[in-house]
Design a protein. Sequence first.
Length: 415
Amino acid sequence: MMAPSDWTPTTTGDLIGDGKLEVGDGYRAKNAEFGPTGIPFLRIRNLDDGHLVLDEADLFPEEHLARVGPKISQPGDCVIAPKATIGRMAYLDEAAPRVLYSPQVSYWRVLDRAALDSRFIGCWLRGKEFETQAFQTESSTSMADYINLRDQRQMRVTMPPLDVQRKIAAVLAAYDELIENNLRRIEILEETAQVVYREWFVNFRFPGHEAVALVDSPLGPIPDGWDKSTVGEAAENFDRLRKPLSKMQRAEMQGEYPYYGAAKVFDYVNDYIFDGEYLLVAEDGSVVTLDGHPVLQLASGKFWANNHTHILRGSAVSTHHLYLALSRVQIMGYVTGAAQPKITQGALNRVPLLVPPPPTRDQFDQLIRPMFGLRQNLLVQNENLRSTRDLLLPRLVSGEIDLSELEIETDWLAS
């Protein structure tokens, strides 16, 4: 479909030459320049679905920032990963932390806000016009999934009037805001469940605790009648059912079911292995969080999982209980391998676990079950929001949806 008549064909080169846009890459830092404090050094792995994930970022000392020039982020910047992951980007609003860009990312910075809307530029970078050109460039064809800075600076762009740019950006930003709100609610639910777990199973202030004496155990004093168990005894392991799929296989099996890896959903396929509620524990690669805990995922419904994550389901305790217990474990003592950290099934089975008597266990599960139910509903809502946003985005940035339809979308999102 042709763009509306009032949309102007141009190029990023013209926008840069007219002083409206800046497209640059990051600072080539040496390992010796990083320190214990400073601003995060942004690499590809720190970009995820429009957001920054900075938990494991190196820190660049503030006192050395004078040498890096414009490669420090500014509010309104759009950041993309030009290597290996074309299409991964983030928009940095006023609330985003200040970061230093690495050479692994490129930044697109609006210099003339009277001509360009920075949020619209972020939308365009996630749209079909950018994606199609990115895969057709010489740099992409010579290196798989890569677009160099020179090619980014000479792309064709069809720009709508500024008011239309802002309206398109506002509609898509509304979806992002709803997703972000749900993520905050999920975080609160997780924190609340953790507080309850800590009160009952760490501080031993569970209902009726006054009448239960503490007795000695290898884990220290524990309530009388509680069992010192292990993950291997308290959970069922389904690793034997895992099946890895290559990137080519997944491309031929595109569908609705999540395909889980060690730390995240990698893809969606048209078949599943598991159906129900399971706890996934990273087996190799990134297996430990910054605070020393195992990398965990709660998977619900129908899904596929590869062989880089252990698949557990609670037996002596619920799967939710197991998730909360393992999320507190200091796991480094169970990790083997230096170049490739690994938590074997045998090591995971040895992790100690306290199992309370059935009445306490059941009462705890009744308390936390609604929290995890709401958490799952919010996750499903976010998947639906992302799907709708991603279907809507290319139609908006190409002009396929007219202004009246935009009003309908905006009204619906505000309701």
